[in-house]
Design a binder for this molecule. Sequence first.
Ligand code: ADP
Length: 267
Amino acid sequence: IIAPVQVPTAFGGTDQCMLMTFHDLTPLRRVEEMRADFVANASHELRTPLAALSGFIDTLQGQARDDPKARERFLGIMHAQATRMARLIDDLLSLSRVELSAHVRPDAMIDLKPLIKQVTDGLEPLAKERQVVIELELPEDAATIAGDREELLRLFENLIENALKYGASGGRVVVSVVAAVSGDGVPEYRALVRDFGPGIAPEHLPRLTERFYRVDVGDSRSQGGTGLGLSLVKHIVNRHRGRLLIESVLKKGATFTVCFPQGKPQV
Ligand code: ADP
């Protein structure tokens, strides 16, 4: 920005000068680029099932019109694609809701023990389907943190559902909560979700919480994933002043740890 200014001189008068101000627009531009990327990715992800739906509608109106067997099969696929779209939209909405409230600290007092139990009870049908046993290792006493109930439910749903989906079928998933102290001396609760499946290669670990990032697109798509789950988890953890750690050894499994300060935060 260039603007004329009057500057006092040593002799009591004024001189006209030009003032140049420099603003670094890089961070702003980066946010703009991220937003544009996000819209492009979201549109692409929504367009894929939509294209499949249009294709099948054409086929149903044309060659499959008089073939009840093909009609039945196509309707099944269309149903799955519509479910995928609905899931994608749900995840996008949850993500934007959490992002919008990022500056507000959730402050309801929540015991992680019954909350996690509620999540694992809800995921029991999926565990049965994948023939996985969920083992709970919870402390005797309440594990209370300041949080948002709905968000914490979403967080644990995502982590435990991933462990069931991507962990070994026929294996086990261990969900535990322990009291600990953070590196800077803050008492915290750590919740760990551990599976003993194929694990995640080290090069993928830093990118897992990026929106739409999936390790094996084929496999993740077949599992009905949107690639938004861990991004949502990261945002929820940040809003709760927590930390998310992801550790994995290939062919041995993966451990997702979330750490939250105990009780009400001091500030
Ligand atoms: P998705 O909707 O695809 O599950 P997420 O953001 O939850 O998206 O996960 C991103 C990717 O990380 C998944 O597609 C999967 O490839 C990988 N992933 C997540 N959890 C695990 C796990 N427990 N074991 C192996 N891979 C995992």
